[in-house]
Design a protein around this ligand. Sequence first.
Ligand code: AMP
Ligand code: GLY
Length: 443
Amino acid sequence: MMNILVIGSGGREHALAWQCAKDDHVKNVYVAPGNAGTALEPKCQNIVLASSQDNANEHSAVIEFCQNNAIDMVIVGPEAPLVTGIVDACRDAGIKVWGPTAYCAQLEGSKTFAKEFMAQNNIPTAAYQGFTDAAAAKAYIDEQGAPIVIKADGLAAGKGVIVAETVEQAYDAIDDMLADNKFGDAGSRVVIEQFLQGEEASFICMIDGENILPMATSQDHKRAFEGDTGPNTGGMGAYSPAPVVTQEVHNKVMTQVIQPVVDAMKASGHPYTGFLYAGLMIDQAGDPYVIEFNCRFGDPETQPILMRLQSSMVDLVAQGLAGQLPSNAKWDTRPALGIVVASKGYPETSSKGDVIAGLPELDASHANAVKVFHAGTAFSDSSAVDNKQEVVTNGGRVLCVTALADNISDAQQAALAVTGAISFDGAQYRRDIGHHAIARENA
Ligand code: AMP
Ligand code: GLY
């Protein structure tokens, strides 16, 4: 029997832990630090390791926990510990860990690294230039005109990107990032990019250094409000598969984007291992351009994708760790769609401690076609006192209500029905997740 440690606390980690717990060979799934959803999941339990503010401490706490609890595999969810080298540290200690090394994680951790890597390896992406000086950045904006895209260089949780419709807006973004330092150190350098037109898709793979296993395709809705308007968020909902990724587009992504990453990383002496996420813009001609690389599974894409996964996640990771990834996994042919329920103020702020009512009963049989994955949730203080496990909000993205159905429209309706029954003060969600695919279904 196996013991697994999942690092992270979001909806992605709840979905990963839930998938691992399904496997009959798994005894315990520990989640550090997890959320109320992972605490309630059968076979799963949350653990507290060192504060993630201190990297070296966090890495050594993970290693110590693995050694003391006979952990057979560690799956790292979020980018931050990957960028600071948790995979390198665990490997050095002889622990089996699924994720990219710090070197490879630069694909997400540094936009400049990613852009230079793409240029060197002929991976299609938007033209760009990096700046640390506000005046030079503005001169470049004058030259290029609008729309134009301004990005903070470091990690900013999906929020350090401004798609400026006008030169004025672009100037404001530069002032925010370079002069006012709104995004902290992540913004002390900016990347200015050509605006790409088309439809977005998320293309996520497992890679073992050499072999590539593409996950089912997906599409995320990054904007806060319906009609894809409002500020960028970490993602307000996602569905799988993404019809924009036809077989022809799929082939282009594999040969023009994913294979070059694997080949170049291998040639550099840093073979890519773990999940790799290419955020793509697919243009009218069906040609893919990389908007960004992430060195991890997507959130909320993981939730609908793993809802459809019929292979064992644990087997796939074990095969990946052995350098023997298969080229295909088994997927439910039905699509899945997840709606994120966010807390008051998201994405600018978030709220904590609001009691969540209407959560459906947990179904241990895994047979349900709707699953509520938790993200920013916790138990209220009164839970400990009277043991009634009152679930409260604990962050920006609170839940992801995910449904499987015969088509995307039905999956959206099924997810909306459960979402509508859930309530907490300030809850906000979009009713139009999947609209691109639904328009295609109705065409
Ligand atoms: P990123 O954090 O780089 O994925 O950017 C967040 C979102 O901003 C993306 O999902 C796109 O919707 C949008 N975006 C980023 N870069 C571009 C670009 N060059 N052209 C058009 N939209 C972009
Ligand atoms: N859903 C976007 C991301 O995971 O970055």
